[in-house]
Design a protein around this ligand. Sequence first.
Ligand code: DX5
Ligand code: ZN
Length: 214
Amino acid sequence: MSRIVVSPSILSADFANLGRDVKYVAECGADWIHIDVMDGHFVPNITIGAPVVKAIRTSTDKVFDVHLMIENPRKYIKDFADAGADIITFHYEAVDNSEIVDLAQYIKSFGVKAGISIKPKTSPEEILEYIKYFDLVLVMTVEPGFGGQKFMEDCAEKLKVLKTYAQDGLYLQVDGGINADTARVCTSYGANSLVAGNYIFKSENISEAIKSLR
Ligand code: DX5
Ligand code: ZN
């Protein structure tokens, strides 16, 4: 099996020392850095914007995996690409179906990888026809908006369907309630990219926590 990509979510980092935490988690073996962008509309929480992404870009060369939980993602894609995003994932539920392919191409026009994400109540069948336009599909295993929630296994089961349609090289990512046990469940269903916030940042040994996910 190919190597599992671990993407610590900095939503659980110390925001007063964000650059330091990003650098540290990178040194501890993170493959990517997962950055949760929330607008208070698509989800009931507000987090960070492109200027913060730009500021922490100086802390590491690791892949910046930007998860947009915002309405009207098109409006902000250029800002995040310019700020140093390497992957930009938007939500299927935030856009019209007619926009999806064009948005994937728009993200890629900046030399950035494109991802599409589904919330817990969205069925995987809804996105099957679009997978081929993307580099990454993100299956939320909690309702997006907050870290530290409980993993929903029925959401992870969507991976089985998605895996059947996944082209070679597609990242199948999960996000929400991931720890060493739930990671096992997700990888057995086909996940090859794991986002974890609390499990990594609240652990006493970040290197070990990252290792335990692979
Ligand atoms: C939730 C975010 C997640 C969050 C995961 O909406 O998309 O990336 O930080 O946090 P944990 O791993 O603590 O569930
Ligand atoms: Zn996320």
